[in-house]
Design a binder for this molecule. Structure first.
Ligand code: IPD
Length: 256
């Protein structure tokens, strides 16, 4: 049934993406709130999550869900969902956000789908089958020189400011160019497609990163052991990069 799930995940990500795009374009249709300091929330997050859970739950009644906004029930046939990754961008009128859907069979990522509704870009991976961007195969870049690499380092209030600044310092001191765009999931998709050479963050949640981890791995990249320990429920650090940057970035970040 993995093929059916794979096709459904893409169809549902597209449907949720279209809903999000409509709301984004009609700015008056949502209010902005905060779940915590610099942790944005709009009612569209909940609306999109309910749509995704309803569609997938209808198609696969025995499956369970972990979602950023509400659902929290793990099982051996599990969907992990971020209805809008890049909520801060979405809320501020910046067209850089996505829907992220991962499917885990026996706790192992088997499907990863990331959909960018503003550029109509569908990044999709199934275990052992590689990665496509709008149906065409993609791979990580061949980067093996940190001095010409472009990497993204994610920032959030959970891991604090001093640790982030120190990490940026250590990575940039080795010569990397750095951006921070506000969607960890989209950054992971960009690593898989060779647009970025690496993504790092000191703490990220499972819904932000699990689909991207499969994308990067299936695209020939290295990913750290995100699911170690309590990663699924409590999050972990993440490093995703080309094989050639693994050693330098592991050393610089301490993330393995
Ligand atoms: C956040 C974004 C951000 C990352 C944070 C995430 P959200 O997710 O992915 O880039 O640095 O760790 O929490 O709140 O936009 O879904």
């Amino acid at each position: 049934m993995a093929d059916h799930r794979f096709l459904c995940a893409q169809a549902v990500a597209r449907e949720a993406g279209q809903l999000i795009r409509r709301r984004f374009e009609d700015k008056s249709s949502f209010n902005l709130a905060f779940k915590g300091h610099q942790d944005h929330l709009t009612e569209v997050d909940g609306e999109a999550e309910r749509l995704i859970v309803a569609r997938l739950g209808e198609a696969f009644p025995g499956d369970t869900f972990i979602g950023e906004e509400s659902a929290r029930e793990a099982s051996d046939s599990l969907w992990v969902i971020d209805p809008i990754d890049g909520t801060a961008c979405f809320a501020r009128g910046i067209p850089h956000f996505c829907v992220s859907i991962a499917y885990l069979r026996d706790r192992n990522p088997a499907i990863g789908v990331i959909y960018d509704p503003m550029f109509d870009e569908m990044f999709a991976a199934a275990l052992g089958a590689g990665v496509t961007l709008n149906g065409k195969p993609v791979r990580v870049s061949g980067s093996d020189d940190i001095r010409s690499a472009t990497i993204e380092i994610g920032w959030n209030m959970r891991s604090g400011i001093p640790g982030f600044v120190a990490l940026v310092d250590r990575v940039m001191a080795r010569g990397a160019g750095m951006i921070r765009s506000g969607s960890g999931a989209l950054a992971m998709a960009y690593v898989a497609a060779g647009r970025l050479d690496a993504y790092l963050e000191q703490h990220i949640n499972a819904w932000d990163v699990l689909a991207g981890l499969l994308l990067v791995r299936e695209a020939g990249g290295y990913v750290s052991d995100f699911l170690a320990g309590e990663g699924l429920n409590k999050g972990n650090p993440v490093l995703a990069c080309t094989p050639g940057l693994r050693q330098v970035l592991s050393e610089a970040s301490g993330i393995r």
